[in-house]
Design a binder for this molecule. Sequence first.
Ligand SMILES: Nc1ncnc2c1ncn2[C@@H]1O[C@H](COP(=O)(O)OP(=O)(O)OP(=O)(O)O)[C@@H](O)[C@H]1O
Ligand SMILES: [Mg+2]
Length: 228
Amino acid sequence: MHPPRRSLYVTGTDTGVGKTVASAALLHRLRAAGLRAVGMKPVASGCERTVDGWRNDDALRLQAASDPRPAYDDINPYALEAATAPQLAARAMGVRVDLAPLLDAHARLAAQCDVVIVEGVGGWAAPLGDGFDQCELPRALALPAVLVVGLRLGCLSHARLTARAIAADGIGFLGWIGSSVDPDFVERDAYVELLRDALPAPCLGVLPYAASPDPRAMAQCLSLPPGF
Ligand SMILES: Nc1ncnc2c1ncn2[C@@H]1O[C@H](COP(=O)(O)OP(=O)(O)OP(=O)(O)O)[C@@H](O)[C@H]1O
Ligand SMILES: [Mg+2]
């Protein structure tokens, strides 16, 4: 078994901008390049109780896009019931979100693949838990960030602010992905050009709008991140 080439931390300009769709598409893109790629949603709020335990839709989508398919509990160590900020969801369950279990789960995933795609929560400055800033996880794992930009009015400021914050937090910025979440955004292409000029990392692709996004098809719109 050879060591993982690299892992990536996928963040977004906000919640609901397409991080999961883009992460699943990245997994398929990496797999198409012959890499064993698995997803991870370390902290997920918004879970359903099943016979197997709490399950989150993002984590299940990442698991479905992964090859090999790791155990759910390693993909999503913290499955929190309420669909709200992780801090609130964790408090409601009497859970404390800590770094160590996340590092252990990531190590188990990394041991069985070449690349782990780690999807964050919300936007970059959303904490993972009480006293637990999101940047601590990619910092501890030495992961560079990929920023998913939800292409809609206001995204230029959100994207630039996020890029600055990533740099200020000492995290590498590997690239960004445009996510066409708004079918009525007629200036989308012009914004993509503005973002290309404004952001200090390459665009890995622009995912088109799709009524039912198919990550395998979306993968064809992505280039491999630099270094892969
Ligand atoms: N390219 C696309 N075309 C159309 N709809 C999309 C696209 N990408 C994402 N969506 C839709 O936008 C919504 C949010 O996408 P997604 O769940 O990937 O966002 P997210 O950033 O991962 O959200 P969260 O912060 O909850 O993790 C979903 O309903 C998804 O189907
Ligand atoms: Mg998501």
